[in-house]
Ligand binder design. Sequence first.
Ligand code: 7TS
Length: 427
Amino acid sequence: MTTVQTTAPALVHGRSGRIGATDFDVERVRRDFPILREKVHGKPLVYLDSAATSQKPQAVIDAMSRFLLKENANVHRGVHYLAERATDAYEGARSKVQRFLNAEHAEEIIFVRGTTEAINLVAQTYGKTHLGDGDEVLITEMEHHSNIVPWQMLCEQTGARLRVAPINDTGELLLEEFEKLIGPRTRLVAVTHVSNVLGTVNPIRRIVEMAHARGARVLVDGAQAAPHLDIDVQALGCDFYAFSGHKMYGPTGIGVLYGRSELLDAMPPYQGGGDMILSVSFEKTIYNKSPAKFEAGTPNMAGAVGLGAAVDFLGSLNREALVAHEQDVLDYGIRALAEVPGLRLIGTARGKASVISFVLDDVHPHDIGTILDREGIAIRTGHHCAQPLMSRLGVVATARASLACHSTRRDIDALVSGLGKVREIFR
Ligand code: 7TS
């Protein structure tokens, strides 16, 4: 088993001084992911489903097993050696995430199960205390169900109304329409940073400016952005930012809600239980401060440590070269797929990131996925938990190839050749 040095740079600087895709040593990065050496149906694995969940580098696997082998104990509670080690590891992961997001304070980082839980937390705490009858939540047509349903539930509970900003046929948000929809009753705007179906990257800073100018708060769903973009919550100016560990090379069952401290301080707790209190009596309970206030019960300690290792892993890659590399594979993929007869790309926004959705003649996407699987190629097919977006696009489902730092042009070539087999079968 190879142990990865997460601190070693995975690339060299180009001689020109400008960093480009060729500066990214993808073969070396691929060696960090043990699963990429697996065979599927006797064929080398071609993993193009990172938007659903990313594969894990050895460093993340090692950090989690090291924690379980040598440091495991319950956090924040014990005075013994292991309890202190575990607490340091858990809180150390929080500091890593704070730096990853450029949050001002570590207390602004709340560990949750994932993006879904982060959004539900905001809806049921901030939302329930700040929205009433006739108030509005504004989302967009390209949201994942996790950034739709929690707001619908909140609206049912409070009498607030859900408004939806439209997109154009390429999958870009119509900013003028969006701005018009921010009215005097808009209390919250909840928008995805990167669409999981279209790859559209939304102009979050502009959106925040528009919303703040009208007194609305902004939650950003960063599930698809965290593995690909540099995120700076202070520069974005957003009020809440949510993401999942498992989509950015970390484990499942751990994610993050960032919230600005003045908002978190004024919010009620999400769940009651251990660790979220300062004192409890049958007459009165006094809640702890953030982040403990929002982390009732024993948290996912090994998960947080794994997420911290994922942050380190991403930090060990030169972001500029990584972005250039992923863009190169994406552009190559878009060009190559556009030439497949009968294939229609879904989502062609300018400056899109990391995912390529498509339909192929009248072949059902599930059939595409099943035939590609026989070739060792993993893609996702279906509605991608974005049924309203499917309706808007006039499709029931799409096939989706999604990229990661280890993706190569070879993966795309394999996909194109697999699609050739699909076409032969359905000729
Ligand atoms: N928001 C976006 C934009 C997502 O892509 C996803 C998951 C979520 C929220 C929910 O994240 P979770 O970790 O809480 O489940 N998206 C996908 C996907 O595209 N394929 O599988 C899961």
